[in-house]
Ligand binder design. Structure first.
Ligand SMILES: [Zn+2]
Length: 290
């Protein structure tokens, strides 16, 4: 007969949506506003050694640039309810070309700067240019990085190797809307179905360069506001999954203790693995009988 345990996201949801945008450009403000409008959260990967000079004056013609430090502080103040600030290294070097000592400095120093600037504990990262080696990954571990996003695409499956984390896609793929539709149509209601995510990434200056802001406006409207989707930053999803993995089950699978600080949802398929499954939520510090 047997049974199967499947993680659910908060409130028993089976899907999550997140995104991350890199480089700390002034156009991040516009994206964050669109995110908030649609109830979407995400992660901004910043290079704390690359701020625009405070006394820089914008020319009248259209141009793209990085935020000043004061603008970055204002950005986080304005959007901390939808934004996680994460590491993208201090100076945006291509990490697979650097000695390990320099990789470690670029990551740990950026992490420290972000923590000091925003008063947070920062554990997320995106690789500049998506470049890394096995040595780079080891350096990230030493620096206390929990996850690092690559530039690879891997559908809707949740990551298993968090320091080589793929996304679902970059926003410039031609079939973005169809892929979004496919995700929205997933049922995920059999014992075979694991929880899934949609992870979008890119740079906000690309919308200026390609003059296609309406593309992301339409897409986030399409994906936002769905009761069956959990909208979260990268680190919120990471921390939730780690909390689920920390649940302590009795050997017969009939009791479970939640040693973490957050409520955790999961489903148990019994009855010849047929749906509907029994759905559970175990609160912090609680032991429940299944
Ligand atoms: Zn970058």
């Amino acid at each position: 007969m047997g049974y199967r345990i499947r993680m659910r996201f908060p409130e028993g949801k089976r899907k999550a949506f997140t995104l991350s945008y890199d480089d700390g450009m002034t156009s991040d403000f516009r994206l964050a506003e669109i995110m908030r409008k649609n109830g979407i959260k995400g992660t901004f990967n910043v290079n704390t050694g690359c701020f625009q000079a405070e006394d820089f004056e914008d020319p009248p013609e259209k141009h793209r640039r990085r935020m000043k430090k004061s603008e970055m502080l204002a950005f986080y103040e304005q959007y901390k309810d939808v934004a996680e600030m994460a590491v993208h290294t201090v100076t945006h070097p291509t990490l697979n070309t650097l000695p390990t000592g320099s990789v470690t400095w670029e990551v740990a120093q950026d992490r420290h700067n972000i923590e000091e600037l925003f008063g947070v504990v920062c554990r997320g990262m995106a690789y500049p240019d998506g470049a890394y080696t096995d040595e780079t990954v080891k350096a990230l571990e030493v620096c206390g990085i929990a996850y690092a996003r690559t530039t690879k695409s891997a559908g809707f499956d949740l990551p298993t190797d968090w320091l080589r984390m793929p996304a679902t896609c970059h926003h410039t793929i031609p079939n973005l809307q169809e892929l979004g539709e496919e995700f929205l149509n997933l049922k995920l209601d059999t014992y075979r179905d694991t929880a899934k995510w949609f992870y979008l990434w890119g740079h906000t200056y690309e919308f200026d360069d390609n003059n296609d802001w309406e593309k992301i406006e339409r897409f986030l409207e399409q994906m936002g506001g769905k009761p069956e989707i959990w909208y979260a930053t990268n680190i919120e999803i990471y921390d939730y999954i780690k909390a689920f993995e920390s649940l302590q089950f009795s050997v017969d699978g009939k009791r479970v203790f939640n040693p973490t600080c957050r409520p955790v949802w999961f489903a148990v398929y019994r009855k010849y693995l047929k749906a509907p499954a029994d759905e559970y939520c175990v609160n912090p510090g609680e032991t429940i009988t299944l």
